[in-house]
Design a protein around this ligand. Structure first.
Ligand code: AVJ
Length: 331
């Protein structure tokens, strides 16, 4: 295939300029680090090094999420695709790996597959996924949207029957109020022909949950501390990575794992580019990630509040993770 025919099968539409950038590290760091308690948005974990560390996390023995979700997809993809009969897969957060391909293969086998629509803030990630997929699926078109998936307007392939997918329990990173607003805006874009797969990590034994975020090999600790490298590199901050430690704890009241970086000593850290000098007491933390866990009931409540009707609820054999297939307005 020539470069030209290959290229013409990929269209990436950038909607970022239309909105305030979702990646304003200066503003986000200033707001988060001068608030009480201190916080940083988890999206800044994912520079090249962070993305690589996350890949390693998905292969850790303690981190069951990716394997459990893949198990469900391998078992149920044919049924999901048979029920929706989608012509395209629209995925929030682009992927060219295993999970995306399980769904594409199920569509291809049934002679349905026309296209793939990644919705991602990273143009580079979408381009990478698009290149890999058009090589392996010679008949698909890729129509990507580069934008903030928390504001999913103008989703790809309007008018075609779509299977939307929000996998990996990324929904868990959002507080329930934000999750409802995200799901509601997807719901508003859906027609009766579309189906939507949402991955939920489930509430379970506290030790199992805490171990998944405190692995023996220390990869999650490196992943968490990586955000301080990002601040040092991109904001000229002077965080001493040796003076902070990784902590991940279960918050039962809010049904979530929280990741924190704990200052091991009393110290102050300068971030000249945003004119901040941040004081830390010994033991004080920066909260860097929320990872909400759901039950069938709490997930149903969230979906219901978003105008989405549950069509099927599938868990892995050990009931650790669930994939919900939902429809707009079928409640
Ligand atoms: C990719 C957001 C689903 O919350 O489990 C893994 C990220 N953080 N280990 C999660 C993560 C620590 C992950 N998500």
């Amino acid at each position: 295939m020539t470069e030209d025919t290959t290229r013409s099968r990929i269209v990436l539409r950038n909607t970022l300029r239309e909105h305030a950038s979702p990646y304003d590290l200066h503003a986000d760091a200033r707001a988060g680090l001068s608030s009480t308690p201190k916080t940083l948005p988890s999206k800044y974990f994912y520079d090249a090094r962070g993305s690589h560390l996350f890949e390693m996390i998905t292969r850790l023995p303690e981190y069951y999420l990716t394997r459990a979700e893949t198990e469900i997809l391998e078992r149920e993809a044919g049924r999901f695709v048979g029920a929706v009969r989608p012509r395209v897969l629209v995925e929030f957060g682009s992927g060219a790996a295993r999970k995306t391909r399980i769904l594409l293969d199920a569509m291809l086998e049934r002679g349905l597959l026309e296209g793939y629509g990644p919705v991602d803030v990273s143009a580079e990630a979408s381009r990478h996924a698009a290149d890999a997929l058009i090589r392996d699926y010679p008949d698909i078109r890729v129509e990507g949207v580069i934008g903030d998936f928390e504001r999913p307007r103008d989703l790809p392939f309007a008018g075609r029957p779509r299977l939307m997918a929000f996998l990996g329990s990324t929904i868990g990173n959002l507080e329930p109020v934000q999750a409802t607003s995200f799901l509601t805006s997807v719901q508003k874009e859906m027609t009766g022909a579309d189906g939507f797969l949402v991955g939920f990590d489930l509430v379970k034994d506290v030790d199992v949950l805490e171990r998944a975020y405190n692995d023996e090999a220390g990869v999650t600790a490196k992943f968490n501390l990586n955000v301080l490298r990002v601040l040092n590199r991109d904001l000229g901050a002077s965080f001493d990575l040796e003076a902070f430690r990784h902590r991940a704890v279960w918050n039962a009241r809010d049904a979530r794992i929280e990741m924190h970086l704990e200052s091991m000593v009393e110290q102050s850290v300068r971030i000249p580019s945003i004119g901040l000098e941040i004081a830390f007491a010994a033991g004080e933390t920066i909260r860097t990630e929320l990872s909400h866990k759901y039950t069938r009931e709490s997930a149903n409540g969230l979906l219901d509040a978003s105008g989405l009707g549950l069509e099927s609820w599938c868990t892995d054999a050990s009931d650790r993770f669930a994939l919900a297939l939902v429809r707009a307005g079928t409640v």
